[in-house]
Design a binder for this molecule. Sequence first.
Ligand SMILES: Cc1cc2nc3c(=O)[nH]c(=O)nc-3n(C[C@H](O)[C@H](O)[C@H](O)COP(=O)(O)OP(=O)(O)OC[C@H]3O[C@@H](n4cnc5c(N)ncnc54)[C@H](O)[C@@H]3O)c2cc1C
Length: 493
Amino acid sequence: MPDHVSTSPNETPLNPDGYDVLVVGGGNAALAAALSAREQGATVLVLEAAPKALRAGNSRHTRDLRCMHEKPTSVMSGSYAEDEFYKDILSVTGGKTDEKLARMTIQASAQCVDWMKRQGVRFQHALVGTLQLGRTNAFFLGGGKAMMNAYYDAALRCGVQVVYDAEVVDVVIQGGAFRNATVLRSGNRTQVTAKAVVVAAGGFESNLQWLKKAWGPTADNILIRGTPYNQGKVIERLLAAGAQSVGDSKEGHMVAIDSRSPKFDGGIVTRLDCISLGIVVNIRGERFYDEGEDFWPKRYAIWGKLVADQPEQIAYCFFDAKSMGKFMPTLYPAINANSIAELAALLKLPVQSVVDTIKTYNEAVKPGAFNHEILDDCKTQGLKPEKTHWALKIDQPPFYAFGLRPGLTFTFFGLKVDEQARVLMKSGGPASNVFAAGESMIGNILGKGYVAGIGVTIGNVFGRIAGRSAAQRALKSEPTEDVPQEAARHVVG
Ligand SMILES: Cc1cc2nc3c(=O)[nH]c(=O)nc-3n(C[C@H](O)[C@H](O)[C@H](O)COP(=O)(O)OP(=O)(O)OC[C@H]3O[C@@H](n4cnc5c(N)ncnc54)[C@H](O)[C@@H]3O)c2cc1C
């Protein structure tokens, strides 16, 4: 066996002759690409950095995807037209979106549910209740983990080779074309060749050094809601090899989560939905934003950034007995006490400042008819900043509080692609056999902001396109000309 395919005992051997398509990553986008490439008849290798028990990146934490549809379906109510979907994207990105790619994604989203069902993914009936997403989003039965297990089962059935604990640490691009990748397995580096590669390796949100470069010292207090394996290494390597970047390193999806959450992989249960029912203060005991500005899910994604901008990147949500139980259950219990002063002391906050803030707030609350289902008329008057809806006095013991930290879901900075999911090079034009899907290229559509469920949609649509395009390229391809090693080589890493 040649050197470059040597294996340690107990490791799945790699094919010494290489593959048609190499897929880097093991989440929603990667598996959509792998299954689509295999459908075209290509031989496919999936390299997943995580061990099997932790496979599937951030995708295993998901619950739903957003889809266009003209009439009610078994999994979504009403209708959701292309223009409304596009308007929703624009309202959060403020125009920082590639319209052609966004509209193409929206149109293709109409087929996502059927395609996923064909792979064995199961869905819940159209949602009813307070989430307000039953019309626009389809929810997986059993959540993202069940969706990903269905994909992996489908991959096994159709002959996709999946290797776990296999981190791609290097890629070689020669003359604008992918040649090989280096994979790290049990401390050994091995070269893998393929006729085309799909990069579906997530963003760089778990790379703490990169976050620090983007955010400065603030990064130390950011918690990562998802997988620790999305280190952005392949994005970094491709950029160094001449790929075009898209997006801003400081943009990402960030929500407020319980300050007691783990550094990585806390998932959705660490999120706190109590903000609109109480008030939020920083470590000086001062309010800093309108907690009642708009409904979850429209405004929940701003609170991560708001907390990140506060001193020491921590804030505290206070509420009273009236509001307990009116929001989604929490992972950790609220801290409680019989007086505001006692509670502030427990949290090591400046007691007098918190007491004064809550007293001033209570005095500014105007009587109204509380209704958490609508933008009600319970508000403050004469406060800076005002609380514009759901403002109730905090006066009924026991009093409760949660510490809030910024929880980063994923980053937007990545690889610029075209409508065939081909990675665009700085030298102009696309790389001939390099494709990208999912969070690795999400910045093409999301320059900033987020609409719930679009991450999985983008991964599915671009994953399928990338897999199909990569397979077609590989199956048709003439062997790429050998370029003299030193002349055209961009070896990186
Ligand atoms: C808590 C949470 C909840 C979410 N809920 C939703 C939701 O309900 N709906 C929604 O649309 N979006 C949701 N998202 C966002 C969502 O997860 C994504 O946009 C989408 O699932 C990402 O898919 P992906 O395949 O691009 O990335 P991921 O699923 O993160 O997959 C990336 C994969 O690449 C692997 N990898 C990384 N680097 C390498 C390397 N060098 N070599 C080999 N493998 C590598 C990782 O191990 C991982 O398997 C959520 C995210 C989180 C964290």
